[in-house]
Ligand binder design. Structure first.
Ligand code: ZN
Length: 493
């Protein structure tokens, strides 16, 4: 079963009465009319409304700026000033908020919860949108710095699911924080500014790679080979052993005041240093790192901001640790979300379980768009296409639908009505063919709270690669879809 653009077909149809014997219909056979009436017909957004790209271009300029924040901490730091400008204040647990009031909760600098209080009492339920702001990357090991063959490197442990061979010979930038002995925290970001030096993981030249190239793809580059080259000039002192390593520490110490032992209480990572850019001669796409899941995070942020005076209270959550299974105090398996809801609703004398039971949540995460170069791993009737709008995934998981949230018919129906009423063009999609692979989102970490949940997000090409591709029109349409969900007055059963 496929929901591709159902609205589209009807939209066209609704403006043309089936019995209307107008010229356009006159040429259609009975079968064609029935086909239009009964069958869905997938269509490219550009065929529906070609001017949509102009609106999407405008929407995606600030989105590209948002993408320049490449770690969960940077996204939180970037978003809070925007929220403050829009009237969001810091959350005060226990305060009884009134309709229209807006606030945010910052969890350890890595999560954000943003709320706009609705006209309806909180006891009537919340409209929740959760996306994640962490992306696959190369994390530094706790003792990263070493010298070998007169070159200095940082050792890494990759974070999230990656194709390791994609992370060699591309420019990398370094991001992170260090907690110093004096309790101060130093933030570091090197390699994003064109004036900054950049970094990389080297690879073997093809001339000597005969054996390497015989290895299976996962072994062509091994985890322990993902070392970041950071220097080769020695410190001038013949009595010193690791001259290059010392010189690197000298530079870091002069600039940030850190010593080698400070890496023990630090979070550093390397990410692709590419700037988010328009992609394609038609500039219809964006090529950038971290679109899984910053595309959905940005769309949900803008929907939260633009949905003023909603009927139901809206809650937008930026989660962390999704790429590693949502564990930890900032992942959706943590109680931070439930504790927040409890702190919020208990001010009204309400039980968190009652409010969550009446609420509904969109797990806003990307889906794998079909790529014709690998069409054989996609099932065309149930996969997503670039430029056909946001993808609603009834379930994710793998094999026999293991470890997934499988949205009920009622939840799918509820969302479908909202999207169709708002004339949103959308599609459904699984994650590839059955038994080919699979993946997950945070949906099951949310539904564990007895909270109805369904996945919806942007279709992406080259997911988890250093450079991911999205269609601007899809990102824009997701924003409209989440806005419609937040603004909807429909009552959930
Ligand atoms: Zn994701």
């Amino acid at each position: 079963m496929c929901f591709h653009n159902r609205q589209l077909v009807l939209g066209k149809q609704s403006s043309i009465n089936l019995n209307n014997t107008g010229s356009m219909d006159k040429d259609k056979s009975t079968g064609q009319k029935l086909e239009e009436k009964l069958l869905m017909k997938p269509e490219n957004l550009g065929n529906i409304d070609n001017s949509l790209l102009d609106k999407a271009q405008e929407f995606c300029e600030p989105y590209k700026e948002f993408l320049e924040n490449k770690t969960e901490r940077e996204v939180v730091d970037y978003t809070i000033p925007i929220l403050k400008k829009k009237g969001f204040k810091e959350f005060q647990p226990g305060k009884k908020y009134v309709a229209g009031e807006r606030f945010y909760m910052n969890n350890r600098g890595k999560n954000l919860i943003m709320v706009t209080v609705g006209i309806k009492p909180v006891s009537e339920g919340l409209r929740i949108g959760v996306s994640h702001i962490d992306s696959p990357r190369l994390d530094f090991k706790p003792n990263p710095l070493f010298e070998d063959t007169d070159m200095a490197y940082f050792k890494t442990h990759y974070y999230g699911g990656i194709k390791k061979y994609q992370w060699t010979t591309i420019p990398l930038s370094l991001h992170g924080v260090v907690s110093l002995n004096n309790g101060k925290t130093v933030k570091i970001r090197i390699g994003e500014d064109p004036e900054d030096p950049s970094f990389c993981v080297t690879d073997l030249l093809p001339h000597l790679a005969q054996n390497q190239m015989k290895k299976s793809a996962p072994e062509i580059i091994e985890g322990e080979q993902l070392n970041i080259l950071i220097g080769c000039w020695p410190y001038e002192d013949e009595k010193v052993n690791a001259k290059v390593k010392l010189n690197i520490m000298r530079i870091l110490n002069e600039k940030y005041g850190i010593k080698e032992e400070d890496f023990l209480s630090a979070e550093f990572c390397a990410v692709p240093a590419f700037k988010p850019r328009d992609l394609g001669l038609d500039r219809s796409m964006i090529g950038a790192y971290g679109q899984d899941d910053s595309s959905c995070a940005y769309a949900s942020l803008m929907a939260e901001i633009d949905c003023i005076n909603p009927e139901f209270t809206t809650v937008t959550v930026f989660a962390d640790k999704e790429e590693t299974g949502s564990d930890g105090v900032t992942g959706m398996r943590s109680y931070f979300f439930r504790d927040f809801v409890e702190d919020f609703v208990s001010a009204y004398g309400l039980e968190v379980r009652h409010v969550l039971r009446k609420s509904i949540c969109l797990s806003c995460d990307v889906n794998a768009a079909i790529d014709p170069a690998w069409a054989d791993v996609f099932e065309k009737n149930n996969c997503s296409f670039l430029n056909r709008g946001p993808v609603v995934s009834k379930y994710t998981g793998s094999r026999g639908k293991y470890s997934t949230n499988d949205a009920s018919a009622e939840v799918m129906g509820f969302l479908r009505n909202i999207l169709d009423e708002a004339k949103i063009t959308w599609q459904v999609g699984e994650l590839g063919k059955v038994d080919i692979g699979g993946g997950g989102t945070i949906a099951s970490e949310i539904s564990v709270h007895n909270l109805d949940t369904v996945d919806m997000g942007v279709p992406v090409l080259s997911m988890h690669a250093p450079l991911e591709v999205t269609s601007k029109a899809d990102v824009y349409m997701l924003y409209k879809a989440i806005l419609a969900f937040y603004a909807s007055k429909n009552v959930k059963q």
